[in-house]
Ligand binder design. Sequence first.
Ligand SMILES: C[S@@+](CC[C@H](N)C(=O)[O-])C[C@H]1O[C@@H](n2cnc3c(N)ncnc32)[C@H](O)[C@@H]1O
Length: 188
Amino acid sequence: MIRDRDFIKNSTVPGPTKEEIRCLVLCKSELTSQDIVVDIGCGTGGLTLEFAKRTSKVYSLDRNPEAINLTSKNLEKHGLKNRVQLICGNAKDEMDKFPDFNVLMIGGSGGDLSFLIEKGFSKLKKSGRIIITAILLETALEAIETLKKFDMDVEVINAAISRGKIIERGTMMLAENPITIIVGVKRN
Ligand SMILES: C[S@@+](CC[C@H](N)C(=O)[O-])C[C@H]1O[C@@H](n2cnc3c(N)ncnc32)[C@H](O)[C@@H]1O
């Protein structure tokens, strides 16, 4: 797992997804080295890089050119550039251009979540997964309801991570924002 501190960051681009959340997303993605992954809203590249370390073809998309630039720098830094195709654009206009995939990661949707899940489902291979990370409860609910409409197996995890800070008197736990991870698995 890449440490948070090993990503190049930029104050105008969100991410990287925190290390512990990346662990959970990877675990739930059940990736194999043959899988094709689409990462919508790549931000700093936190999840894109983790996917690229474990499979050979990742398509990563963001509507913010700065995010594409930053993800590109992080891929270069970690020697993963040749496994990832970066696309700058709005996901709703780009979904049709991807080949069928095994994992669709949605880390940002700009109000188009249901539409992106619907499009994603039509391109998802059998036993494929759609994974959504949500900060807002409303996003999590929309994700759950939409995945259910497609008769997917739905799993929901809420992760409230605290990290210990060693201070003189002991260890103080500092909380990160809780994140909900929603996973839909396409039935065979
Ligand atoms: C929270 S960040 C994702 C962080 C990323 N997973 C990481 O680990 O670095 C969400 C990203 O989604 C992008 N985004 C939001 N809506 C989008 C859309 N409709 N199409 C493409 N990108 C979008 C934003 O520009 C932002 O960079």
